[in-house]
Design a protein around this ligand. Structure first.
Ligand code: FES
Length: 80
């Protein structure tokens, strides 16, 4: 894990995502609004959020442990 990043949680959060809307996934773990960025990475000198969108509305399990190899989605790495 990159220096200054922390785990934001120990399990993914199911989120209802809207089509063609930009989301900012917290990559640093410091946001109190997991799994989304709330700007705290600037104060913590941690990594920037990842901006993403989806083509169709869907439910997705978004990573909070920040160990995933498929951000912003959970890949089961929180169990490691
Ligand atoms: S607060 Fe974690 S990426 Fe912005």
């Amino acid at each position: 894990m990159k220096e200054n990043n922390i785990r934001g949680g120990d399990a993914p959060i199911p989120c209802q995502l809207e089509a063609d809307k930009n989301y900012a996934w917290c990559s640093c773990g410091h946001s109190a609004d997991q799994p989304f960025c709330n700007g705290t990475h600037k104060k913590e000198k941690a990594t920037n959020p990842i901006i993403f969108s989806v083509d169709e509305a869907k439910e997705a399990y978004l990573c909070t442990c920040k160990q995933t190899n498929n951000p912003p989605y959970c890949d089961g790495s929180h169990k490691n």
